[in-house]
Design a protein around this ligand. Structure first.
Ligand code: AMP
Length: 334
């Protein structure tokens, strides 16, 4: 055991990792592994809310594992594990469900969004998603959770459940987990290329880390814009603002300032901005893509990483679960 603070975060194996996952989450994972006791997992139980086939689930888990490693998460430094390899988390989930209330779960934005997206499959797992997420975090007594802005509310709920448990059992067993952002500033939201708010796996507006440079250029060139500014310093429309947000994430400040000035003078050509944006994205993604391809070929390596991670994660989870059970009163008096 070290006295380093603990970090935990996970990603669902429901598709290729995209720029939103990278800049919202994985980039922080890579940075944090040097200074914290880190747990990064593949949230395969969470992904069951959308009913994947067994084949899709298996392929998705392998892909995210290969992608985590390709992004630079080091299995010697951080614990990388698959959620279903640690059954203790499901046990804690069952306990926490007893003091999570229907009203607060129904009011969660992510639940309302998902219920709208999949009206024929509004299952109980969707409703209690924040409870499972809280169990993921609390079972390792995480202090920090690096997630994107979209998870802010779920993280608040995890804090609430931890606090409620501590209060109910008069204990300080769970630390209250805090968000973590890459540069200590606001939580990040990477926009989509379709003029909409958020880049997402299921929104069909994402650029994946695994994507071929040719396809990245095509996608960026097709991104939604407008007909251009007609007066100096005109406010930007949402789709154009989104392109600038992406540019700020992947390009140098000089490049951003250059296109900003062109926009403000009504001299911008969106085609030029898109070409630059595509090349700067590719500079980020192509070395990662090459490593993903290598990792996917090396199943023995992936297997070793998963096994080592499962052992380390179970040890930590079992320790917390034991304490939780004692506090709750699952302790025989006979
Ligand atoms: P998910 O793909 O929903 O499993 O999300 C995995 C992680 O990526 C979470 O920490 C999210 O907050 C983060 N994330 C997903 N999409 C975005 C986005 N467009 N911008 C910022 N972070 C994101």
């Amino acid at each position: 055991m070290t006295n380093k603070l603990t970090v935990l975060s996970g990603i669902r194996p429901t598709g290729y990792l995209h720029l939103g996952n990278y800049f919202g989450a994985v980039r922080s994972f890579v940075k944090m592994q040097h200074d914290y006791n880190c747990f990064f997992f593949i949230a395969d139980i969470h992904s069951l809310t959308t009913h994947p086939t067994p084949e899709n689930l298996q392929a998705g888990v392998k892909q995210v594992l290969a992608e985590y490693l390709a992004c630079g998460i080091d299995p010697e430094k951080a614990t990388i594990f698959i959620q279903s390899d640690v059954p203790e988390v499901s046990e804690l989930y069952a306990f926490l469900n007893m003091n999570a209330y229907l009203g607060e779960l129904e009011r969660t934005t992510s639940f309302k969004d998902k219920a709208r997206q999949q009206p024929d499959n509004v299952n109980a797992g969707l409703l209690t998603y924040p409870v499972l997420m809280a169990a993921d975090i609390l079972i390792h007594k995480a202090n920090f959770v690096p997630v994107g802005k979209d998870q802010e509310q779920n993280l608040e709920m995890a804090r609430k459940f931890a606090q409620r448990f501590n209060y109910m059992y008069k204990t300080e067993l769970f630390p209250l987990p805090k968000p973590y952002t890459f540069d200590g500033k606001d939580m990040i939201k990477v926009p989509g290329l379709d003029g909409s708010g958020k880049m997402g796996k299921s929104e069909g507006n994402a650029i994946n880390l695994y994507e071929d440079p040719k396809d990245i250029r095509k996608k960026v060139m097709r991104a939604v814009t407008d007909s251009g500014p007609t007066e100096p310093n005109q406010p930007k429309s949402e789709p154009v603002e989104n392109l600038f947000t992406l540019l700020k994430i992947v390009s140098t400040p000089d490049t951003v300032a250059h296109f900003d000035a062109l926009y403000n003078n009504c001299e911008i050509r969106y085609g030029d901005l898109k070409k630059q944006l595509a090349e700067d994205i590719i500079a980020y993604t192509s070395p990662i893509r090459e490593r993903i391809i290598e990792n996917l070929k090396d199943e023995a390596y992936l297997g070793r990483v998963a096994k080592l991670g499962a052992e380390k994660a179970r040890e930590s989870a079992a320790r917390t679960l034991q304490e939780v059970k004692e506090v709750i009163g699952f302790k025989r008096l006979f």
